[in-house]
Design a binder for this molecule. Structure first.
Ligand code: TXA
Ligand code: MG
Length: 504
């Protein structure tokens, strides 16, 4: 099969698009640009065409597809029950990079939704995507147009790299503006819950609509087993052949300095992903000193270091650098809750253990040591997008924090709010990136009780080299102060060694 590439033409001259739209309606697969990434499109109304999508991508059948529509008028036959919050969200963000999970219409093929009773729908803003929807006159299912396990495509060329000769049409609408896949929002949960982070953040939604949503990294409180997240999130994605490591600046460090620090200790020949400005600075610094340092290959984006620009170039950067066959790609990281989507994709591209964002502290009763550690950690780093929680191994449920623990924290200006002790569950350990116990015995207990979590459970002493942190329960305030100080150092150590120096 020869793949026809259709370049988007000025309005009025859309014969080729009409041809592609007709072919899609009749069962063909058409790749098309959206503002997020390129999609591999087929008619949602033709089960055979939907199956073709799974076959072409090598995608597991239980990973549901997003249905693309022109407007809310087209929800009929796709969604059975429109949740009340939909209207305000649609008004504020559609068309655009926000996907809504709603109840599936019984008439919609379950192949589309991987057998789920819910369906994801999105209203793309990209003009060529809208023109194709109009020309075809059908709802279009479209996953990202990459082979499963490859970085998502943000250029027509990327689609051709993966599918040339295997699909009849690719519409070339230039580079995707956002560059990262849409935010997936579950409207069946109350409040709505972000299942996949994207350009539209929880803060954007709250600001524009006043609707509070559960952030992607936030877990529903309570002891209920959490609802299954977006099925697609469990698969490893976005992986180039090279190993990817994230470079983050330490406190008071410029990003260029962070790259230089990492380059110094790196073996082999890494390639870099960063802004042109940072690259210029690194180049100048490298040629300043030792003349014989070979310059690493770099993919740069224009302008200064900027989260949105980095996001729109990330997948092109990973694909382009990968072609040169480096063993390692060093990519710039960003802090802060608004960087969740970018950091998520980068972490998934990495074969290394995930960047530590979510820490679980464990002690015995969850009334003194672990909730103090949680409070200190969140006080310092939550604003940056990192997260701590705590639980105990032998908990009397529902206990408040020890009075002296609260006093010791208050002296540091930290208010943990009212919280109740909770029993550790294997699920919490599995969902955390790092689990820190107060003693070696607690670590060993978890290792025995949560198979498969080896490698991410460490004791305080493993991290600080200072010995266990002992239970101050029932002792006077000075004992709690000592524990607080120990926890302060522990938290600092975690941040320094595991979060910031992830890239070392
Ligand atoms: O930006 C995007 O969303 C792009 C463009 C082409 O629109 N599409 C895209 O599709 O990223 P895909 O198939 O690569 O990712 C769809 C994500 C997966 O994580 C999938 O598990 C999730 O959406 N999803 C789809 N239907 C769902 C449902 N009913 N419930 C929960 N998650 C769902
Ligand atoms: Mg995808």
């Amino acid at each position: 099969m020869k793949t026809k590439v259709i370049f988007v033409k000025p309005p009025g001259d859309d014969r080729d698009l009409l041809e592609a739209g007709r072919a899609l309606r009749e069962g063909a697969v058409v790749a098309f640009p959206t503002e997020t990434v390129y999609g591999l499109g087929a008619s949602a109304l033709l089960p055979e065409a939907v199956l073709d999508i799974f076959r072409l991508k090598g995608r597991p059948a239980d990973n549901p597809l997003i249905v693309h529509l022109l407007s809310a008028d087209d929800l009929e036959g796709v969604v059975s029950d429109i949740p009340p919050v939909f209207q305000a969200l649609y008004q504020a963000f559609s068309p655009g990079p926000l996907t809504f999970v709603m109840p599936r219409h019984p008439g919609l093929s379950p192949l589309v939704t991987g057998g789920l009773e819910t369906v994801a729908v999105r209203f793309p803003a990209q003009p060529a995507a809208r023109a194709l929807l109009l020309a075809s006159g059908v709802p279009i299912v479209a996953p990202s147009a990459n082979l499963s396990g490859r970085p998502s495509p943000t250029r027509a060329r990327h689609v051709l790299d993966d599918f040339a000769g295997r699909i009849p049409y690719v519409i070339d609408g230039g580079p995707s503006e956002v560059g990262l896949e849409s935010t997936v929002l579950d409207l069946l949960s109350d409040p709505p819950r972000i299942l996949r982070p994207g350009r539209v953040t929880a803060a954007d939604i709250e600001e524009k609509t006043g609707i509070r949503v559960i952030r992607w990294e936030e877990e529903p409180r309570g002891d209920e087993e959490s609802r299954p997240a977006s099925p697609g999130m469990k698969y490893r994605h976005y992986a180039p052949r090279a190993e990817v490591r994230i470079v983050l600046p330490q406190e008071d460090e410029e990003i260029a300095e962070a790259f230089l620090r990492v380059l110094e200790v790196m073996e082999g020949s890494p390639a870099l992903f960063l802004s042109e400005e940072s690259w210029d600075e690194i180049r100048a610094r490298l040629s300043e000193g030792k003349k014989n340092v070979p310059l690493p290959p770099a993919y740069t984006y224009e302008g200064g270091r900027n989260l949105d620009r980095a996001g729109s170039h990330l997948f092109d950067g990973l694909r382009t650098l990968d072609e040169e066959g480096p063993s390692l790609i060093l990519a710039e990281g960003f802090f802060g809750p608004e960087s969740a989507a970018y950091m998520d994709r980068l972490t998934k591209a990495s074969r290394m253990p995930a960047l530590v964002r979510r820490v679980l502290f464990i002690c015995e009763g969850n009334t003194c040591r672990s909730p103090m550690a949680e409070a200190i950690f969140n006080d310092r780093y939550r604003e940056l997008g990192f997260w701590a929680e705590s639980a105990g191994i032998g908990v009397i449920a529902g206990q408040t924090m020890a009075e002296n623990a609260l006093l010791a924290l208050e002296e540091w200006g930290i208010d943990p709010g009212s919280r109740k002790s909770r029993q550790f569950r294997a699920r919490m350990v599995r969902e955390a990136d790092l689990v820190v116990t107060m003693t070696g015995l607690q670590r060993d207990f978890l290792l025995q009780n949560v198979p498969g979590a080896k490698g991410k459970i460490l004791s305080a002493a493993d991290l600080t080299g200072q010995g266990d942190i002992r239970d101050p329960y029932g002792q006077p305030l000075h004992a709690y102060r000592r524990v607080r100080d120990q926890l302060g150092s522990l938290v600092h150590e975690i941040y320094d060694r595991l979060i910031l120096t992830e890239s070392k």
